[in-house]
Write a protein that binds this ligand. Structure first.
Ligand SMILES: N[C@@H](CCC(=O)N[C@@H](CS)C(=O)NCC(=O)O)C(=O)O
Length: 308
C-alpha cells in the first residue's frame, strides 16, 4: 500500500524531471497514464481539482507539483541523496530559475513553433496556462530571435559549469540539480524541430545529456487509474497533523483553506481542511466518494494560500 504511484503522461517534460529523480534513486513505481488536457476524471478525485502534471500518490497521500514530489522522495528515500555533499537545500533555488524563467523560454520556443500544427483545443489550453489570458503565439513567433538569445545565454552557463570537469552538475554523481535542468534539454530536443541543431553548440550539455539518459527512470509497471483510486480509498492518509507555530499566515490545523499556483494561469483553487504546514509543504484533507479522504500536499513556494 505504500508503493509509489506516479500519475503522468510520457511527453510531459515536468514529469520527465521526476522520472529522472526516480532514476537517480533507482526506485520502483507504478505508472498511471493521465490525459494531456482536462477533463481528467480519474485524477481529479485525488487532487481536489488540481489539473497539472505530474502527481504522485502514496496510498491516500497525494503530492502535487514536481517540487513537492521530489522533496517527498528525498524524505522517504534519503539513500542516494538528491543533494551533493554540502549543497543540500540550496539546490531548490535552482528550480526557481529553471522552472520559471528557463521553462517559460523553452515553452515559448517550442509551443510558438508548433502552434500552427497543434489541435486548437490544446493551443487554447496551454496558451492560457503558460502565457496568461492575452497569450499571442504570433507575437511570440515574431520575438523568437530575442527569446532564443536569452535561452542561449542561460544554457551557456550550464554548458560552462559542465565543461569544468565533473560528470554531473554538482560533481561525479547525479543530484537534484541534474533533474532540475535536464528535463528542459529533453523538452527542447524532443519537441523543437531545431532543437538538435541549437543544442549542438553546447558540447558539454550534449555529453551530459547522454549520461543522464543512462541513469534511466528506475523501474515501473503500468497501473490502471481506477486501481489507483481504489488504493487511496482503502487506506488513511499518513501525513501528520502539524502546523509550524511560527507560520507567517498563522495557519492552524482544521482551518478551511484554498491553494492555487501564484501565477496567472487561470487554474481553480483546491479547497480542503488544513492538516499539515511547515516552511516548505502544505497538506490539506479532501473528501471525495471515489477515494474517501486523502491528504493533498503542495509546495509552499509558488503557491498562494487563502484562509476561507
Ligand atoms: N509547477 C508545476 C508545473 C507542472 C506543469 O506545468 N506541468 C505541465 C505538463 S509538463 C502541465 O501541467 N500541463 C497541463 C496538464 O498536464 O494538464 C510542477 O513543477 O509540477
Amino acid at each position: 500500500m505504500s508503493d509509489i504511484i506516479f500519475h503522468h503522461y510520457p511527453p510531459s517534460p515536468v514529469a520527465e524531471k521526476v522520472r529522472v529523480g526516480l532514476g537517480i534513486k533507482q526506485l520502483s513505481w507504478h505508472s498511471v497514464i493521465i490525459p494531456r488536457i482536462p477533463p481528467k476524471p480519474l485524477l481529479m478525485p485525488l487532487t481536489g481539482g488540481f489539473r497539472r502534471t505530474p502527481v504522485m500518490q502514496i496510498g491516500a497521500d497525494i503530492y502535487c507539483d514536481s517540487q513537492c514530489i521530489l522533496r517527498e522522495l528525498q524524505k522517504r528515500y534519503p539513500q542516494t541523496s538528491f543533494y551533493a555533499q554540502g549543497s543540500g537545500e540550496m539546490s531548490w533555488a535552482l528550480s526557481r530559475w529553471s522552472d520559471t524563467t528557463l521553462f517559460a523560454l523553452c515553452a515559448k520556443v517550442i509551443l510558438a513553433v508548433a502552434e500552427p500544427d497543434m489541435p486548437a483545443e490544446f493551443v487554447k489550453d496551454r496558451g492560457r496556462l503558460y502565457f496568461g489570458p492575452d497569450y499571442d503565439f504570433a507575437k511570440i513567433r515574431e520575438e523568437l530571435p530575442q527569446i532564443i538569445a536569452q535561452l542561449r545565454a542561460q544554457l551557456g552557463w550550464v554548458d560552462e559549469q559542465l565543461s569544468s570537469g565533473g560528470k554531473f552538475l554538482q560533481g561525479e554523481s547525479a543530484t537534484l540539480a541534474d533533474a532540475l535542468i535536464y528535463y528542459l534539454i529533453w523538452f527542447l530536443r524532443g519537441r523543437w524541430p531545431q532543437g538538435a541543431e541549437f543544442l549542438a553548440q553546447f558540447p558539454a550539455i550534449v555529453a551530459w545529456e547522454q549520461r543522464v539518459q543512462e541513469i534511466g527512470h528506475g523501474s515501473s509497471i503500468e497501473m490502471d487509474a481506477q486501481e489507483a483510486l481504489n488504493i487511496a480509498k482503502a487506506v488513511e492518509p499518513i501525513t501528520p497533523e502539524y502546523v509550524d507555530p511560527n507560520d507567517p499566515l498563522k495557519l492552524a490545523v482544521g482551518m478551511t483553506i484554498s491553494i492555487v499556483p501564484d501565477e496567472d494561469s487561470g487554474e481553480q483553487p483546491v479547497t480542503g481542511t488544513l492538516r499539515f504546514a511547515d516552511r516548505d509543504t502544505i497538506g490539506l484533507l479532501y473528501k471525495h466518494d471515489q477515494v474517501g479522504e486523502v491528504c493533498i500536499n503542495f509546495p509552499r513556494v509558488g503557491y498562494r494560500i487563502t484562509i476561507n
